[in-house]
Design a protein around this ligand. Structure first.
Ligand SMILES: [Zn+2]
Length: 319
């Protein structure tokens, strides 16, 4: 059902969707949550293929009409709804009421297909493509993005947040999701459920799609900071907390991922490299502080002050 590489990199969602489809136990709305939007988009399209395949095959290389349409991102009933909507000839920063109404109208008619509706934020433009070059080439043969053939534009998925929905379109969409539907599946692509409207979160089952590869890449970026760890004094701690926050700005990293990479680094120390400056008791204490910081971030605590606080606390933990 899923590509071998994807299966290895993303065991949780792979296993989840394989079981849900084989046992006909799909919910009607899923919120995918995590750091790899390309992988999230891949899962939505792949699930759409399995649900619509004319050969009833779980073969990812099937070439039936439905699978081929989805491969080209041209299936009439596998619909991506994002602020950058080529079918509407519109590129904006919000999902507008016209899109919500159009969806409502489309879904009110019957269909012989299993309809899959994917909500995501999106960006377009060469500068974004350059940033995601590696992921674009990795997913090139696995998925097609929504495309605008005439203008040769590049559409890229981006995590949703509450601001992508205008109140009027959010209301219309909520009504659509609330209605019981047969053979319609909704997906919301997000980095963190706390970024989303609670009313939508509460109607979805949440599936984590976490790329360990992205966390590892960030781990390498942290080296400049971690090699100076534990910090000597408060000036030092402040200096590196600023560097840490800069990483999220300069590289488009999500704070949660960067914090997860720091956690990973401390875990590694705990397992391999206990010496005089680090003893396991102190490392475990610091891991608890990182966890507290991660929890605080979920409640919209300012990232900069959360990291300053964490790095200052490290001075006490490692004194
Ligand atoms: Zn097929």
């Amino acid at each position: 059902m899923f590509n071998e590489k994807i299966k290895t990199e993303f065991p949780t969602p792979t296993h989840f969707f394989e079981c849900a489809i084989k046992n006909s136990k799909l919910a009607h709305a899923y919120m995918l949550e995590g750091n790899d939007l390309f992988a999230q988009y891949y899962f939505t399209l792949q699930v759409a293929k399995v649900l619509n395949c004319q050969n009833n095959e779980f073969n990812e290389n099937c070439t039936c009409t439905n699978c081929s349409w989805i491969n080209q991102n041209k299936h009439p009933e596998v619909i991506t709804i994002s602020p950058i909507d080529y079918k509407q000839g519109d590129t904006a920063s919000v999902i507008n009421i016209a899109q919500a109404r159009k969806l409502k109208e489309d879904l009110s008619t019957s269909s012989r297909y299993y309809r899959v509706i994917i909500f995501t934020d999106a960006v377009e433009g060469k500068e974004h493509a350059a940033k995601f070059e590696e992921q674009i080439s990795e997913y090139k043969n696995l998925i097609s993005m929504p495309n605008d053939e005439e203008n040769d534009r590049i559409w890229l998925p981006k995590p949703l947040n509450a601001k992508v929905f205008r109140p009027d379109s959010a209301n219309t969409l909520l009504k659509i999701i609330e209605e019981p539907h047969n053979r319609i599946l909704f997906f919301f692509l997000t980095s963190n459920r706390h970024d989303m409207l609670d009313t939508i979160v509460s109607r979805c089952q949440i599936i984590p799609v976490i790329s360990k590869k992205i966390i590892r890449a960030k781990y390498d970026m942290l080296e400049e900071i971690t090699k100076n760890f534990p910090f000597e004094n408060i000036e030092n701690a402040m200096f590196y907390s600023e560097k840490f926050v800069e990483l999220t700005k300069n590289h488009d990293f999500m704070p949660e991922d960067l914090l997860a990479s720091l956690q990973e680094y401390i875990n590694q120390l705990l397992q391999t490299n206990i010496d005089n400056k680090f003893n396991s008791y102190k490392l475990i204490e610091f891991l608890k502080e990182i966890e507290k910081t991660a929890q605080a971030l979920k409640f919209n605590v300012n990232f900069q002050s959360a990291i300053e606080n964490l790095f200052t606390k490290s001075l006490c933990v490692f004194k």
